[in-house]
Design a protein around this ligand. Structure first.
Ligand code: NI
Length: 183
C-alpha cells in the first residue's frame, strides 16, 4: 500500500498584517444561549465550504476574522486511505489529554504563504468541546488528525506553526504541490 505523504496544508486566510491582530485577540468562549443559533450555523457552513474550496483540512474562526473559539476539521484516516474524510465541527475545543510521545511533521499555513516548517506535536490527544448544536463532544485523535486539531486550536490562542517550528523554510513550488498531494 502506498504511504500517504506526511504533508498537508492548513488553511489560513489571515494576511500577515492581520496576524499581529490575531495574536492579541482572545476569541470568545461560546455559550449555548448566545451563540448556537442560526447565525452560527451559517458561519459553520461557510467555514466548511471555504475549507473544502481550498482544499484544506482545517480552519479556525479567527482565520476568517470571526473572534469565536470554533474550528472545523476534515480529514481521513492515516491507516485506511480508502475511508472518506470525516468532518468535525467543534466549539470551545480544549485538549484534555496529550501524549508525552511526540512526532515531527511538516506543516504549512496560508497565514504564512510560501513557507513550511517542521513542528513537533503530541502523537495522540483527546479534545473536548461542543458540536454545532452546543452538545458536548469528545474526539480522540491520533497521528495526522491529532496534528490538525493541535494546529487549529493553536490558532484560537494566537499561535501559528512558525511559533512552534524548529525549522522553517521557503517551499519550492513542487514542494507546495506535494503538501496537498496524497499519494
Ligand atoms: Ni493555519
Amino acid at each position: 500500500m502506498k504511504k500517504y505523504f506526511l504533508f498537508t496544508l492548513f488553511l489560513c486566510f489571515m494576511q500577515i498584517t492581520a496576524m499581529a491582530q490575531l495574536q492579541n485577540t482572545q476569541p470568545t468562549l461560546m455559550t449555548p444561549r448566545e451563540h448556537f443559533g442560526k447565525e452560527l450555523q451559517i458561519l459553520i457552513d461557510d467555514m466548511i465550504e471555504t475549507m473544502r474550496a481550498e482544499p484544506g483540512v482545517g480552519l479556525a474562526a479567527p482565520q476568517v476574522a470571526v473572534p469565536l473559539r470554533l474550528i472545523v476539521v476534515e480529514y481521513g484516516d492515516d491507516e485506511n486511505p480508502e475511508t472518506p474524510p470525516k468532518l468535525y465541527v467543534m466549539a470551545n475545543p480544549q485538549i484534555i489529554r496529550a501524549s508525552a510521545e511526540t512526532e515531527r511533521g511538516i506543516e504549512g499555513c496560508l497565514s504564512i504563504p510560501g513557507f513550511l516548517g517542521e513542528v513537533e506535536r503530541s502523537l495522540e490527544i483527546v479534545v473536548r468541546g461542543q458540536n454545532r448544536q452546543g452538545k458536548p463532544m469528545k474526539v480522540k485523535a491520533k497521528g495526522w488528525l491529532a496534528r490538525i486539531f493541535q494546529h487549529e486550536i493553536d490558532h484560537l490562542n494566537g499561535v501559528l506553526f512558525i511559533d512552534r517550528a524548529e525549522k522553517v523554510w521557503r517551499a519550492e513550488e513542487e514542494e507546495h504541490a506535494q503538501v496537498t498531494a496524497v499519494d
